[in-house]
Design a protein. Structure first.
Length: 247
């Protein structure tokens, strides 16, 4: 609950362009024991999602959206600079995202977390044509191609890119991971376009890319448990209904 309150307070400060208030909220979180990684994942990421959700619902003015995204990016930059850096883990990442300011901001949080975790990251941002992304991947053969915080308008290009990479089979060492943005809003979309690896948040993305098989195995277990609970809930509901009818 306390974290949700901090997120709401930071959101209000950001949309009003109140820079001193926003910095005080971040300092309050740090004083409460949150390190840079926790500030990024528990404060900045949910605030980013709230801004994005309000913007897409047309509940933010244009100036409020600009205030919030620009100021949050400054705070992300300042906080990411304090992240402890792990040694290079031998894995490379080429990351892209949607073209909007908010989408690029969300992707930046993810790439900052990946870099701190020991990945060697190149970040192209949004608006790169699919053929240029494909050429870069073919030339550099990164361990992962990450498309994080993509917009709905990016989906045809993302789908085409995934298909081309599979068809030409020229990047056998490169795995594709997606997440955030439109992939969080449409359940099953990642599977639909053929991207087996998907994550809902920067922290999930780091865990996924560090050990994909373990992450995906744990996800399957959770999904199976959820399916069992859903079946049990439906059975209990039917039993309760029969009991009421019998009475």
């Amino acid at each position: 609950m306390a974290q949700e309150i901090l997120v709401e307070r930071l959101f209000e400060a950001l949309v009003n362009g109140d820079r001193p208030a926003a910095r005080r909220i971040v300092e309050e979180s740090v004083d409460g024991g949150a390190g840079p990684a926790r500030v990024l994942t528990n404060l900045f990421w949910p605030t980013h999602e709230l801004i994005d959700r309000m913007h897409r619902a047309d509940q933010l003015t244009r100036i409020g959206y600009h205030f919030s995204t620009r100021l949050l990016r400054v705070l992300v930059d300042q906080t990411a600079a304090r992240l402890p850096r792990q040694a290079f883990n031998g894995k490379t990442v080429f990351a892209c995202c949607g073209t909007a300011e908010g989408e690029e901001l969300g992707a930046q949080i993810a790439v900052d977390m990946l870099e701190a975790a020991g990945f060697r990251v190149t970040f192209g941002g949004g608006g790169i044509p699919a053929d240029e992304v494909l050429a870069h991947v073919q030339e550099n053969q990164p361990t992962y191609l990450v498309m994080f915080c993509s917009a709905a308008s990016d989906l045809p290009g993302v789908r085409s890119l995934v298909d081309q990479l599979k068809e030409i089979n020229a990047c056998q060492k490169t795995q594709i991971a997606v997440g955030g943005g439109v992939f969080n809003r449409a359940e099953g979309l990642a599977d639909e376009i053929g991207a087996r690896m998907h994550a809902g948040s920067p922290l999930e993305l780091v865990s996924l890319l560090i050990n994909p098989e373990q992450f995906l195995s744990l996800r399957r277990e959770r999904e199976q448990q959820e399916q069992v609970r859903a079946i049990q809930a439906r059975a209990e509901a039917r039993a309760a209904m029969k009991k009421r009818r019998a009475a």
